[in-house]
Design a protein around this ligand. Structure first.
Ligand code: FDA
Length: 306
């Protein structure tokens, strides 16, 4: 119930605009590395001592063409700074297509593809890769279509699949071929039962079925979860399929289980941290609060004790 309210707030343009217009709340810092590229680079430098990073310039549901273009410029600057700082071998970028034009009223897919292509070209020049985030189920076909188009020129472009969607096991089969990079997560959006599993146990079982397909496949599985049981299963399946530590990644969000991230990295596993930064942090932050009621209590307590 609380999760649904938070997820609805996350999609509300009015609430988002009001909250983001205020000062950057230090509490947000737990999940968001800051508002500027310099903030992001400082956090990246600390993490890359033992882990890899994928960095997200925050933004979503953009209905304004100029903002979509500004997002492309922000990624170009970020990628240039990563290259200049000698970080491109440990840091890639993640992008949301709805920040690049996918939610525009006219020519949405065409503009999102063109914008994503420009980011891929900047990433190639910097010497790194791009992974395309997955948003709610109404965008899945469009997003996978755009990933397919991008992969013609840039076969290293990664896709995200959400175990909560009933279609995802089949999507894993389609995407498990040579050279593919698939980030498997549970799914952060409130989805209807017609398209999604709604109980935790069903989502977890779907996650395991999808993992089996990806680990048996020929691509790079990117196991995006903080769930210790699923991480153990991923490690077991990797071993079962003869995958060395270099042939899959464990991925977690900035600010979530950081000690576990470092412990797994110390065991010699490839651990990548999804690190968001930027002024449009509200939707992302609300999804993080919704994932764990304790976060909400912590947030409320901190506000009350200021
Ligand atoms: P689950 O929610 O069951 O959490 C397992 C345990 O992890 C919890 O018990 C708790 O200890 C800890 N934990 C999880 N979330 C926490 C939080 N917010 N705060 C504190 N502790 C927390 N989703 C999506 O729809 N599209 C996408 O593109 C992506 N991209 C993405 C990239 C990466 C690298 C990750 C790790 C996740 C995503 N997600 C995502 C989010 C994902 O779908 C999911 O909502 C979260 O990862 C939480 O699910 P878990 O698998 O961690 O399990």
């Amino acid at each position: 119930m609380i999760r649904n309210v938070l997820l609805a707030a996350a999609r509300s343009r009015a609430v988002r605009a009001a909250v983001e217009a205020g000062p950057f709340d230090p509490l947000v810092n737990r999940f968001v590395a800051g508002t500027t590229v310099d903030d992001a680079l400082a956090a990246i430098r600390a993490i890359t001592t033992d882990r890899l990073v994928t960095v997200d310039h925050l933004g979503e549901d953009t209905t304004d063409r100029a903002r979509a273009e500004a997002t492309v410029d922000a990624y170009r600057l970020l990628l240039q700074r990563l290259a200049d700082g000698g970080l491109a071998d440990r840091v890639e970028v993640s992008v949301k297509l709805s920040a690049l034009g996918q939610a525009l009223p006219v020519d949405a897919d065409k503009i999102a593809l063109e914008s994503a292509r420009q980011i891929c070209e900047a990433a190639a020049a910097a010497g790194t890769t791009v992974t395309v985030d997955m948003e709610d189920h109404t965008t899945t076909d469009s997003t996978l279509g755009i990933v397919r188009d991008l992969r013609v020129d840039h076969p290293w472009v990664g896709a995200v699949l959400q175990a909560q969607l009933r279609r995802t096991e089949a999507d894993c089969r389609d995407l498990a071929g040579p050279g593919s990079r698939v980030r498997l997560c549970k799914g952060a959006y409130d989805e209807p039962a017609a398209v999604a599993f709604t109980s935790r146990s069903e989502v977890d079982r779907s996650y395991v079925r999808c993992l089996k397909v990806l680990m048996a496949g020929e691509g790079l599985p990117m196991v995006a979860t903080h769930d210790p049981r699923l991480i153990d299963i991923a490690r077991f399946l990797a071993g079962h399929h003869g995958r060395s530590a270099a042939r899959y990644e464990l991925q977690m969000l900035y600010g979530v289980r950081p000690r576990a991230q470092s412990e797994l990295a110390a065991e010699g596993l490839r651990v990548r941290v999804y690190l968001p930064y930027g002024t449009e942090w509200f939707g992302y932050f609300m999804r993080r609060l919704g994932e764990r009621p304790a976060n909400l209590a912590f947030f409320a307590r901190s506000l009350l004790t200021r």
